[in-house]
Write a protein that binds this ligand. Structure first.
Ligand SMILES: NC(=O)C1=CN([C@@H]2O[C@H](COP(=O)(O)OP(=O)(O)OC[C@H]3O[C@@H](n4cnc5c(N)ncnc54)[C@H](O)[C@@H]3O)[C@@H](O)[C@H]2O)C=CC1
Ligand SMILES: Nc1nc(O)c(N)c(N[C@@H]2O[C@H](COP(=O)(O)O)[C@@H](O)[C@H]2O)n1
Length: 260
């Protein structure tokens, strides 16, 4: 039994109301994009050398898992995959068959994804039996050698080659990529380079911001030396954010913002 369940069994059974402010399962014909992260008071998302830090308390971490369950897909950069070895599941949520983990997407231009990654081992072990354990889909550059792509496919991942722009996957290509993959929403969790790239991205062709919502968990702690929300030198020309709502969840403040 988790610490959460011991403290308050009721906390586990329904999503926090703050999530009603985001609507990734709406009627929109275009993919819905949520950008989210947890940060310290000195605007760090990880420790020195990219060491993972647990910033979120139980309540806001649970909120993050509910938010995961409401999106079709979840996206991280390859450095986050290499440093954190995440699972990207909804393991804090109740065992309810109507809940499923989002489809993990990893932006990995050079296809550095290791065959030993936990997310891949979990998928192989599950043999597709559970909606909570999903196959990792890796978006790599279309230049990557087919032998290397095959190696990852043989290890159990789905490899999706896409065109690169300046060695990266262009954030503005993401909506079309999602549509092609039959995914109608994405929750982008980081890390720093990915957050910066999506925050700096120009609007979509219809004039609306690429990112529909920004959900930030602020933990009352200092990290000191570590990985900033935005990499050094990339803090200029940031978009203006409007706060839609701020709420205290346990020890943390959770902000829902929109880009204006
Ligand atoms: N506190 C939090 O909420 C979170 C913290 N993190 C932390 O973030 C750190 C990793 O962040 P970073 O080193 O910045 O790596 P990252 O996870 O942002 O990955 C960056 C890599 O993604 C690839 N990429 C593909 N398309 C890209 C694009 N459009 N823009 C930028 N990169 C693109 C590039 O190869 C690039 O090197 C880890 O220490 C991890 O613990 C990660 C997620 C959430
Ligand atoms: N919401 C949140 N709070 C924190 O304190 C964090 N360190 C993170 N990190 C993100 O969660 C991923 C790991 O999650 P799982 O163990 O797979 O559930 C990590 O890779 C970051 O994306 N998030």
């Amino acid at each position: 039994m988790s610490v959460l369940t011991l403290h308050n069994p009721h906390r586990m059974v329904s999503p926090p109301a703050i999530l009603d402010l985001i609507s990734p399962r709406g009627e929109s014909s275009r993919p819905y994009v949520t950008l989210t992260w947890a940060q310290s008071l000195d605007a760090k998302i990880a420790g020195e050398g990219g060491k993972r830090v647990i910033l979120s308390g139980p309540e806001s971490m649970l909120m993050t898992h509910w938010m995961r369950s409401r999106h079709d897909s979840i996206l991280v950069g390859i450095n986050t995959l290499l440093l954190d070895d995440p699972r990207l599941q909804i393991n804090l949520l109740p065992d309810d068959p109507s809940l499923s983990s989002p489809q993990p997407l990893i932006l990995d231009p050079q296809l550095r994804f290791p065959t030993t990654a936990r997310i891949l081992a979990a998928w192989r072990d599950s043999q597709g039996r559970s909606r909570r354990v999903r196959q990792p889909w890796i978006l790599c550059g279309d230049h990557v050698a087919s032998a290397r792509q095959k190696e990852m496919a043989d290890a159990g991942a789905r490899v999706v080659p896409v065109p690169l722009s300046h060695g990266r996957i262009n954030p503005n290509d993401l909506p079309d990529i999602l549509t092609r993959l039959n995914l109608s929403s994405v929750m982008i969790e980081g890390g720093s380079a990915i957050l910066s790239s999506f925050l700096h991205a120009p609007s979509r062709s219809d004039g609306t911001p690429l990112v529909d919502n920004v959900v930030i968990t602020v933990a009352p702690m200092f990290i000191g030396k570590g990985v900033g929300v935005i990499p050094e030198g990339q803090g200029d020309s940031m978009p203006e954010l409007q706060t839609v709502h701020t709420e205290t969840l346990g020890k943390d403040a959770v902000m829902v913002c929109r880009i204006v």
